[in-house]
Design a protein around this ligand. Structure first.
Ligand code: GLC
Length: 744
């Protein structure tokens, strides 16, 4: 007996020896990525493969420690790097080294209409994510602005697929040049927060392909996004985090996506579908994706033990598992395991400057009657600032994109700093909105409690305002629940907290009234005729006050343009007129809510054009402190073949007295088509800076792609021969010049 045991031990020792000698401990670094993937895959055990397809904590999933494959760390969000939370909780970890720069929200980025700014944005936020050792940045979001009530529109890039697509690509490139994966979200059709986990969107292919997919397609095919996040809602009765149509047929088959599909947190509901319908990494199961959920549930995730069990019982094979693991390993080699990965930076002067610049470029001057703006500091003796949004921290709140910042300059502080001793700046609250200052444990440190009545607050504001040279009302929404917030759509399109009354009272008290609306959504303005000057300032982040002040006093000439329509009323929005928002419960025992997008392709200005409704402020609108005049657009040919390119040129002149930038827009109109088309569709834009008196020729090239529509019976893009117009415009309603041409 002893002999047998001895020889057994000897054999075992020998075995280990040969095992150690034949398999190198670490992965081969010299080979091309695709070979390194096969190398690693071949060494992983079944348990290791299953383990890396799902989370092990709130924001990380395992690597393979034995093989030196690092863990995957995810971080929110699109506007800045989220503070660390505890391993398995939503609450703050209480670290002291994770304060960040809050960049302006993506509606502001879209409002710059400048892809160079988008690249700066992506590069800057990517450096912050890299420095914080994150593998994946959970952003940007490009869901289309379908309803002005959607709580998360502030995180997205507006109503037009072409603008969203052009602006998201450089952002992704900027992030990924840091060796951090962008994770474009929420794919797809996540256009509201009401019933976000249970809404089943019913939509025709034409609308899906022409309106809701293009920005994602650009993100994948031009931006080369390394990851995509599935959305909570359903499409064709399948949750989008494991959806055969969106993830396998479209994303992978049609678009050639080679990256990783990551679920939204709590977006996975079925093991079999998670295995076969295109999901690669499961996060946040049994959480609401925001604040609560089951702890230590990781082994029970749909792609955890239940998956392993099915494989071990021979009920499913390992083909899909190997495909998932290959894509996850590719993510590793593009990020954590890239030997040339840069080092990033956190809270650098460059990042603060970028945040301010993006804000200054995105602020939109909506109205400026009597040229109240820019403020003349040589004349002003007293400036009255009114409103809660002048003092309230806005980098906290709004849901998963909430941040813990190094600092935040409020509008009031920014104005005071810029005005200095040139004039007296006095402040009055005007109204009380949301006095809380805490989100997920991040505290603003502000005590905004105020027990005064609305009447007292208005009386104080009017008293402060009536003898001022300028009155600046700063209000809007504030990212608290139902005020531009995840998981809570707005309940109405108008301002809350009695702000309209405050504004009307101020308008009566002083004609030099400037209203600065801080929001990520359109609002209605019953006082629009009484208020001479209106500025749309987004959630501008860390440097909000600096950016607002520099525009108001004229250091910066505003050049932003609206990325979405401000409708005159909710009834002027297709989603509300026809669209069944927020959806109809099935009442079949399931919790599913069906919502038909009856308005189809007619979203935003497309609807306004079709219905001939007059928006409060149109898509693409934005004024300047100078003026621009357009010459006549000229095309280089009257007839173009399918493979030709048509060039349209238009001279634009700065006819004012100070330098400024203008966003020249190109819309295409198909005068006759076999399927209904929008009257016009944005197919080009160019932001051009002009010195006073300077003229530049702006040139657009038009290929057949710009003339095409998606024919869902043929399932392909079609450019039908016939007459077209190239429309040069300064907004969706400010048409400057048209030139006709024909496609042969
Ligand atoms: C949230 C959001 C998603 C976010 C994720 C992690 O519920 O829908 O955008 O990245 O969960 O916080």
């Amino acid at each position: 007996m002893k002999k047998i045991i001895l020889s057994g031990i000897l054999l075992l020792a020998l075995g280990c020896m040969t095992q150690a000698q034949t398999v190198p401990v670490y992965l081969d670094e010299t080979k091309p990525v695709e070979e390194r993937i096969e190398d690693a895959l071949g060494r992983m055990t079944l348990e290791e493969k299953v383990a890396i397809t799902h989370a092990q904590s709130k924001f990380c999933s395992p690597g393979v420690a034995r093989l030196g494959i690092p863990e995957f760390w995810m971080t929110d969000g699109p506007h800045g790097i989220r503070p660390e939370v505890l391993w398995d909780e939503w609450d703050q970890a209480g670290w002291t080294n994770d304060s960040c720069v809050a960049f302006p929200t993506l509606t502001c980025l879209a409002a710059t209409w400048d892809p160079k700014v988008a690249l700066l944005y992506g590069k800057s936020i990517g450096e912050e994510a890299r420095y914080r050792n994150k593998t994946v940045l959970l952003g940007p979001g490009v869901n289309i602005y379908r309803s002005p009530l959607n709580g998360r529109n502030f995180e997205y890039m507006g109503e037009d697929p072409y603008l969203s697509g052009k602006m998201v690509v450089p952002y992704i490139q900027g992030v990924q040049q840091n060796g951090v994966a962008a994770c474009v979200k929420h794919f797809a059709l996540n256009n509201q927060e009401v019933n976000r986990h249970t809404t089943n969107v019913i939509i025709d292919d034409r609308t899906l392909y022409e309106i809701y997919l293009p920005a994602f397609k650009a993100a994948v095919q031009e931006g080369k996004a390394w990851s995509i996040m599935g959305s909570y809602n359903l499409y064709k009765d399948q949750h989008c985090c494991h959806n055969q149509y969106l993830l396998n047929d479209i994303l992978r088959e049609e678009w050639g996506f080679d990256g990783v599909v990551i679920s939204d947190w709590g977006g996975v509901h079925d093991t079999q579908q998670a295995i076969t319908n295109g999901l690669d990494m499961e996060f946040g199961s049994w959480t609401n994706g925001l604040s609560n959920g089951a702890s230590n549930a990781y082994d029970n995730y749909y792609l955890a033990d239940p998956y392993l069990k099915l494989i071990k019982e021979g009920k499913v094979g390992t083909k899909e598992l190997d495909d998932k693991v290959r894509r996850i390993l590719r993510l590793a080699y593009r990020t954590n395991m890239d030997r040339n990965r840069p080092y990033g930076a956190l809270c650098s002067e460059a990042h603060f400057a970028a945040a301010r610049h993006i804000g200054e470029e995105g602020i939109v001057l909506l109205q400026n009657n009597n040229n109240v703006l820019p403020i003349d500091l040589n004349k002003a003796k007293k400036i009255a600032v009114i409103g809660e949004n002048a003092i309230k921290m806005m980098t906290v709140g709004g849901g998963s994109s909430s941040l813990k910042v190094k600092y935040e300059i409020s509008p009031l502080d920014g104005i005071k700093k810029r005005v200095g001793d040139k004039a007296e700046v006095v402040y009055a609250r005007g109204y009380v909105g949301d006095p809380s200052g805490e989100y997920n444990g991040v505290k603003s440190g502000q005590d905004l409690e105020d027990s005064r009545s609305p009447e007292e607050l208005i009386a104080e504001a009017v008293a402060v305002a009536k003898d001022a040279d300028y009155v600046i009302f700063i209000g809007g929404l504030n990212k608290s629940a139902h005020q531009d917030c995840e998981d809570a759509d707005r309940k109405e399109i108008g301002l809350s907290y009695g702000q309209d009354k405050v504004i009307a009272s101020l308008a009566q008290a002083n004609k030099n009234l400037i209203v600065v609306n801080i929001s990520g959504n359109a609002i209605t303005m019953p006082w629009v005729k009484e208020v001479p000057t209106i500025v749309q300032a987004w959630y501008l982040g860390t440097e909000a006050g600096s950016a607002i002040a520099s525009v108001l006093v004229g250091d910066v000439n505003p050049s932003g343009k609206l990325p979405f329509t401000f409708p005159a009323s909710l009834q002027d929005v297709g989603a509300h007129k026809l669209g069944e928002y927020p959806g109809t419960p099935r009442n079949d025992g399931s919790n599913i809510v069906d919502e038909k997008y009856n308005e189809g392709i007619f979203v935003g200005y497309r609807w306004a054009d079709k219905e001939k409704t007059k928006p409060l402020f149109p898509f693409g609108h934005g004024l300047s402190y100078t003026t621009f005049t357009y010459g006549k657009a000229v095309a280089d040919k009257k007839v173009m073949g399918a493979d030709d390119v048509l060039t349209v040129t238009v001279p634009v002149t700065n006819s004012g007295s100070r330098e400024g930038s203008e966003v020249v827009q190109l819309y295409i109109s198909d005068l006759k088509s076999s399927l209904p088309r929008s009257i016009k569709e944005l197919k080009g834009f160019c932001k051009v800076k002009l010195a006073p008196g300077e003229t530049k020729e702006v040139t657009f090239t038009i290929a057949k792609e710009a003339l095409s529509f998606f024919d869902d019976t043929l399932h392909e893009w079609v450019a039908e021969p016939g007459k077209f117009e190239a429309i040069i415009a300064a907004s969706a309603t400010d048409i400057k010049s048209k030139v006709s041409f024909e496609l042969k």
